[in-house]
Design a protein around this ligand. Structure first.
Ligand SMILES: CCCCC/C=C\C/C=C\C=C\CC(=O)SCCNC(=O)CCNC(=O)[C@H](O)C(C)(C)COP(=O)(O)OP(=O)(O)OC[C@H]1O[C@@H](n2cnc3c(N)ncnc32)[C@H](O)[C@@H]1OP(=O)(O)O
Length: 295
């Protein structure tokens, strides 16, 4: 029930409305007492050290299942209303994998109701992360296809491990599926229209050095330095006055966020009717079988 309540709230309220600050004020003392402790979630760890760090921990590859997405949205919401938290670093608890993207098993052989709930949770994660008032920095310590790339693109700044074996991109067409308009818009806002058009059609995955070249990530450092570099970048971002940075972020992102909010239900219906097609189910199955056979 709690999860559902959070999933129904909408992120733009955080980034775009003044009422957020009133809410923050009212909750401040309670929040201060409550939230300066690490959260003990199962699949999304929140560590409150030098910087606040959210670590995805869903073995083996941090696929984004309904559970993970729900936990992620709840954790982010908690941080969002915590006055003591102005920024969050998003990373993976596993070396070599940031996130394998959406959990393909959530999109195979399930009911229409399940697909609708799953897609709503994907949207909610995006609304909360892309619409966050906090400074968000992705510490990309491994490969990051599709939904993993989307999460990274939602952040304000991306640091990736400098290893050509790690790749990032929206590879949906390689699975026989289509990146929805708001994935596309997030990528356009990150790397521009021309690169997005080509990347999306080809379902292109970029090895880290190429990702830097096209601006999909902002900085490459050795694997060991990803997190410390993120902490250093966070101090730089937090040196800017919050109100000015937040309003600027809102000006940049509001049209994209509004577009999904306006078409949210239609987008869920589109997803359900697309994913329930026999041909799409077959494509996903073939892709999964190939993944399993590659060993
Ligand atoms: C016109 C209207 C349009 C409307 C919109 C319609 C549709 C939009 C729909 C969906 C959008 C989806 C976005 C996505 O995110 S789809 C997911 C894409 N992800 C991938 O392609 C990643 C696939 N995985 C990999 O490439 C590798 O696994 C990876 C590089 C991440 C790691 O490699 P590694 O060698 O370390 O590990 P593996 O042996 O490959 O995997 C281990 C284990 O994990 C399973 N697995 C991997 N990825 C996923 C996944 N995304 N979901 C579920 N399971 C996954 C893999 O099968 C292995 O399982 P097992 O063999 O150990 O059982």
């Amino acid at each position: 029930m709690a999860a559902q309540a959070v999933l129904r709230s909408s992120a733009p309220a955080r980034l775009l409305s003044g009422s957020f600050y009133i809410r923050k004020g009212v909750l401040a003392s309670w929040q201060h007492y409550q939230s300066r402790r690490p959260f003990s979630n199962e699949k999304v760890l929140v560590e409150l050290d030098e910087s606040t760090v959210m670590k995805m921990k869903n073995p083996p590859v941090n696929s984004l299942s309904l559970d993970v997405l729900t936990e992620f949205s709840i954790s982010l919401e908690k941080l969002e209303i915590d006055r003591g938290c102005r920024g969050v670093i998003l990373t993976s608890a596993f070396p070599k994998i940031f996130s394998a993207g959406l959990d393909i098993t959530e999109m195979c052989g399930k009911s229409a109701e399940h697909y609708a709930a799953f897609w709503r949770a994907v949207q909610e994660m995006w609304l909360k992360l892309y619409g966050s008032n906090m400074v968000t920095i992705a510490a990309i310590n491994g490969s990051s296809p599709a939904g993993g790339c989307l999460m990274a693109m939602c952040c304000d700044y991306r640091i990736m491990a400098d290893n050509p074996k790690f790749a990032i991109g929206l590879n949906e067409t390689q699975l026989g599926i289509v990146a929805p308009f708001w994935f596309k818009e997030t990528m356009v806002n990150t790397v521009g229209n021309r690169v997005t058009e080509q990347s999306l059609q080809l379902g292109q995955m970029y090895p880290a050095p190429d990702a830097l070249k096209i601006g999909l990530v902002d900085k490459l450092v050795t694997e060991e330095k990803v997190q410390s570099t993120a902490v250093a970048a966070m101090s730089q971002w937090l040196a800017v006055p919050d109100h000015a940075r937040q309003i600027t972020k809102s000006i940049m992102r509001k049209p994209t966020i509004d577009n999904l909010v306006k078409h949210r239900e239609a987008d869920i219906n589109n997803f359900v009717s697309f994913i329930t097609k026999d041909s799409i189910q077959k494509s996903l199955q073939v892709y999964m079988d190939r993944l399993k056979q590659k060993k």
